[in-house]
Design a protein around this ligand. Structure first.
Ligand code: ZN
Length: 576
């Protein structure tokens, strides 16, 4: 999720677009580098777990809390650590201890040893943290977290009311970063390997929902209740989210590929009936289609959950945020339902249930280390919409849906953005990357192979953070063709290749080549219709082949462009 709002500017709606996504800025600040790169103060330690405790105050829009970070030392001899916490939140104290020294007072870090640099803190330990123990930090903090004005597009804490005027609170912070509300190593490449917990103290008139499973709920006899939720699996920082409101719950056991999956629906009390009639059927359809195409749901230990949210939606792991108004299509600007493909197929299902849940495979299971490679999240997830459409409405429907989305490709800048500066790519990471996957699939000409690659990616990189190179190499290796030039073309340039062809006068021969492409671009093409199927290997020099009568129809630009994202063009006057 993230940049649908920028996309709608393409539809020539008048909107205040997500500014950070709308231009290709080449200059980055010191703060961008601190946030987006593996600084020396980040490289030596690996986060094992976050245990977050927070108490929000609805009236004053403030929070207070503490975070326990468990980490291990992966490179010895460093004593300075970078932590991230965004202004105007304030760190009150930091306590450092090992497993055998929990809470020893002498390990309180002197305030002089904590240097603030904008949204980051450099903490100097008196001694090198030890490799032989797990190390811990307890960070106490408080303040007024940045408030989201246009969630989920801008990010921050959301203090709102439900339609009956009762308090409703949550957070959306993709892109902005989890350090907008709790101290952490705010870098996508380091997920807490052992998961984490979220303990929230809320008024006893409200309910708190978090990621994973509820560990306990207790009444504090002071008008508040404490909820503790826990995830066992690694999780992206920005996915750890509390939802606080008048929630009710129902659940089911879904019989999935890995056995019983606990599925929970947490919705506002007045949405209960709609959740049963609208939400539950699409969740079940989603699980069936996605397990078929992409393999088992990646978080059986933590269960699957979908939670009412006061914003459109987000892929919060094992607690998907839902705000699509319980209707099919995409709830555009809280106003009307639209179909992003403009083909009608997008009105057959609930966009947020399908898209945000698709991220459980690509974004939450397989996470990119650097934001620059986010096409792996958004491209595959966008393509999961095509796969869902195809699963329920047939191949032609899927092709149409994908082709419909193609009109949103901008080609203003490469799909892969700048590394090390926390820059998320242009929205071509959705539609262009998805069309590239559609292209690769048809180039393989073998849907079973393509499906086994999607499933294989989710198995091989299970609960891991990756680079685009790992994903590209995996696809090439398993497709048994080196697609590196094809990835370079689609992910690293804005040029659209052109496939040119013409026939000999007697129509017994066809000549073809690639043009408008990078040197070495070599996408093989499987061309097929109901009558015939061929595989050709065009190069940038003219190639030719003899064709039988029923093969000529395969060279039809409209047919070809439905299967592939490039320009197909028959050259006239070249016949010989
Ligand atoms: Zn997305």
């Amino acid at each position: 999720m993230k940049k649908i709002i920028a996309f709608v500017s393409l539809l020539s709606f008048c909107i205040a677009a997500n500014a950070q996504q709308d231009f290709y800025h080449e200059t980055f600040t010191h703060a961008d580098t601190l946030r987006g790169s593996v600084t020396p103060e980040r490289a030596w330690w690996d986060v094992l777990r976050y245990d977050i405790t927070v108490k929000p105050d609805y009236a004053t829009k403030t929070i207070e809390g503490n975070v326990n970070i468990a980490y291990k030392v992966i490179k010895e001899g460093h004593y300075k650590m970078q932590l991230d916490l965004q202004e105007p939140l304030i760190i009150d104290s930091v306590i450092s201890y090992t497993r055998f020294e929990q809470g020893r007072a002498e390990n309180v870090i002197n305030n002089d040893s904590i240097k603030k640099d904008g949204n980051t803190y450099i903490i100097a330990f008196e001694y090198y943290p030890q490799t032989k123990f797990d190390n811990y930090l307890k960070i106490v903090y408080h303040g007024t977290p940045r408030e989201a004005k246009n969630a989920p597009w801008d990010g921050g804490w959301i203090w709102t009311k439900d339609s009956l005027g009762r308090p409703w609170m949550t957070v959306a912070c993709q892109g902005l970063g989890a350090s907008a509300w709790y101290p952490c190593k705010d870098y996508q490449g380091d997920e807490p390997d052992d998961g984490g917990s979220l303990t929230v103290i809320v008024p006893d008139t409200l309910v708190c929902v978090g990621n994973g499973r509820l560990q306990y709920k207790k009444n504090n006899n002071d008008g508040t209740e404490t909820y503790k939720w826990e995830v066992k699996d690694p999780i992206n920082n920005y996915n750890i989210i509390p939802y606080i409101g008048k929630y009710v719950n129902f659940s089911e056991v879904y019989k999935g590929e890995k056995g019983n999956l606990d599925v929970n629906y947490w919705v506002l009390d007045y949405n209960l009936e709609k959740a049963k009639t609208h939400m539950q059927p699409d969740v079940e359809r989603m699980l069936k289609a996605f397990e078929y195409w992409m393999g088992p749901y990646p978080f059986y230990e933590d269960g699957y959950k979908i939670v009412d949210a006061p914003h459109l939606g987000m892929e919060h792991q094992s607690a998907i945020a839902y705000g699509n108004s319980y209707r099919n299509g995409y709830f555009f600007r809280n106003k009307e339902m639209i179909d992003l493909s403009k083909t009608g197929w997008g009105f057959k299902w609930d966009f947020i249930i399908v898209h945000e849940s698709g991220h459980e495979w690509f974004a939450n299971n397989i996470t990119t280390k650097d934001l620059a490679d986010m096409w792996v999240h958004e491209g595959f997830t966008n393509y999961s919409e095509t796969l869902f459409t195809e699963f329920y409405y047939g191949k032609e429907a899927g092709n149409e849906y994908n082709f419909g989305l193609r009109k949103n490709i901008r080609n203003k800048q490469p799909v892969i953005a700048h590394y090390g500066v926390n820059e998320e790519p242009d929205l071509d990471e959705y539609y262009k990357a998805s069309n590239m996957l559609h292209t690769l699939r048809h180039s393989m000409g073998d849907d079973e192979k393509f499906r086994s690659i999607l499933r294989g990616l989710n198995k091989t990189f299970y609960h891991q953070t990756v680079t685009t190179q790992q994903i590209e190499n995996y696809i090439s290796d398993h497709a048994e063709f080196n697609y590196s030039k094809v990835f370079d073309q689609y992910l690293r340039t804005t040029q659209i290749p052109q496939f040119e062809f013409y026939f000999s006068t007697d129509k017994k021969k066809v000549f073809y080549r690639w043009d408008s492409c990078i040197a070495g671009f070599n996408l093989p093409l499987v061309l097929k219709n109901d009558d015939a199927k061929i595989k050709i290997y065009p190069k940038q020099d003219w190639q030719s082949m003899n064709i039988a009568g029923n093969q000529m129809a395969l060279f039809n630009p409209i047919l070809i462009e439905k299967m592939y994202y490039f320009v197909a063009k028959e050259l006239q006057g070249m016949n010989k």
